[in-house]
Design a protein around this ligand. Structure first.
Ligand SMILES: [Zn+2]
Length: 364
């Protein structure tokens, strides 16, 4: 501030005025500070009248000169709930294409979770496929999204095949995503209980990377960096959570009397996951690591039917529900509402895009 020719006494006064709302030490290098000057009492002199600092997209700090010294005020932009709809055409990466379409990252990762039971994102999604989403946001008047909420509707179109899913809360209060017919997406265990991971070793005979000789690999390995969240592949009850010999930090979940999943080599087990804990599909149960007999950070994932490991790629194990009776009737009404809301919102988005193109034409 002294660079701007403000006396050191005044700098002190301004800083103490800001004190109430903000520690000036939190000011970052490169942060924009607007200052407004007016001619002062002495000829040719200027004095600071107002100063504005945008602390973040929601908060702006102002300091103004008054008759009794500087006064500061914190302006907070109002946020309101807005339902937003967007469509992304998937090119090379889902996250990249979604970002280009203006879909927040949190919404994309929710969408991946919603579809993870039906779609293998590494294998099934091709360039030109689309993702449509409608979701809740808290945003400012000028369109800054402070927070995203629930995904209300999602539709993936894979090689022309549409897979719409609707969020619905049943009479007993459980929330899930359902197809148009009221069949829950949780009809099978998640095939990939982790985001953005690469399958590094399949199920079957292989040369063991640590032991060196041929050994049956009774699960699937997903390479991912340490700390990547691992999800419960289905609703169930935790049977085991802790150190388990060569598996390192290990969690085993029972989904049905004859169906378990297991997750090994975690760096850390989620603090709320203990034997006897009830978990929901998609809930974070731990984080990728390399504990136990392991050569690098990865998730070792097993599905057990009647206590025997099976190839997760080869099974479709039903664990979900089909809506019926009053719930199905209510759900059908929700589907109708959501469809027309999405049509209206996505139609509006298309119009905005067209207008932008037209105004560009005017310039050229
Ligand atoms: Zn393994």
């Amino acid at each position: 501030m002294q660079d701007e020719g403000i006396g050191s006494n005044e700098v002190h006064d301004i800083i103490s005025a800001m004190d109430e709302h903000f520690n000036p030490r939190d000011l970052k290098v490169g942060q924009d500070v607007q200052m407004h000057f007016e001619p002062g009492a002495d000829e040719g002199s200027y004095q600071l009248t107002d100063m504005r600092i945008e602390l973040n997209p929601l908060k702006t700090l102002t300091v103004s000169r008054t008759d009794d010294g500087f006064k500061s005020n914190l302006e907070e932009k109002e946020v309101k709930e807005v339902i937003q709809a967007q469509k992304a055409v998937i090119k090379s990466s889902l996250y990249g294409s979604a970002a280009k379409a203006g879909i927040p990252k949190t919404v994309v990762s929710d969408a991946i979770k919603i579809y993870s039971q039906n779609v293998d994102f590494q294998r099934d999604v091709q360039s030109g496929d689309t993702l449509e989403v409608m979701y809740e946001t808290h945003q400012t008047e000028d369109g800054y999204i402070a927070k995203t909420g629930n995904v209300l509707f999602a539709q993936l179109t894979l090689s022309g095949r549409k897979i719409p899913l609707y969020r619905y809360e049943t009479a007993d209060g459980s929330v899930d995503y359902y197809g148009r017919d009221g069949q829950s997406t949780k009809k099978t265990l998640m095939k990939t209980p982790i985001d953005g991971a690469r399958m590094s070793s399949g199920f079957g005979m292989r040369r063991h990377p640590v032991l060196g000789y041929g050994k049956m690999h009774k699960g699937i390995d997903f390479a991912a960096s340490t700390g990547t969240p691992i999800y419960a592949a289905g609703d169930g009850v935790v049977q085991r959570a802790g150190r388990f010999s060569s598996f390192g930090n290990y969690v085993r979940i029972r989904h049905r009397s004859d169906l378990d999943t297991a997750y090994a080599h975690m760096s850390r087990i989620a603090s709320d996951v203990r034997p006897g804990t009830r978990v929901k599909q998609g809930q974070v149960i731990g984080y990728v690591g390399t504990t136990g007999r392991s050569t690098g950070p990865h998730l070792h994932y097993e599905i057990m039917v009647g206590g025997k490991q099976v190839n997760p790629r080869g099974v479709n194990l039903p664990v979900g529900q089909q809506l019926a009776g009053r719930d199905l009737k209510k759900f059908k009404a929700v589907v109708g509402e959501v469809d027309s809301q999405y049509a209206a919102k996505s139609g509006a988005a298309v119009k905005v895009a067209q207008r932008q193109v037209e105004s560009q034409d005017d310039i050229n």
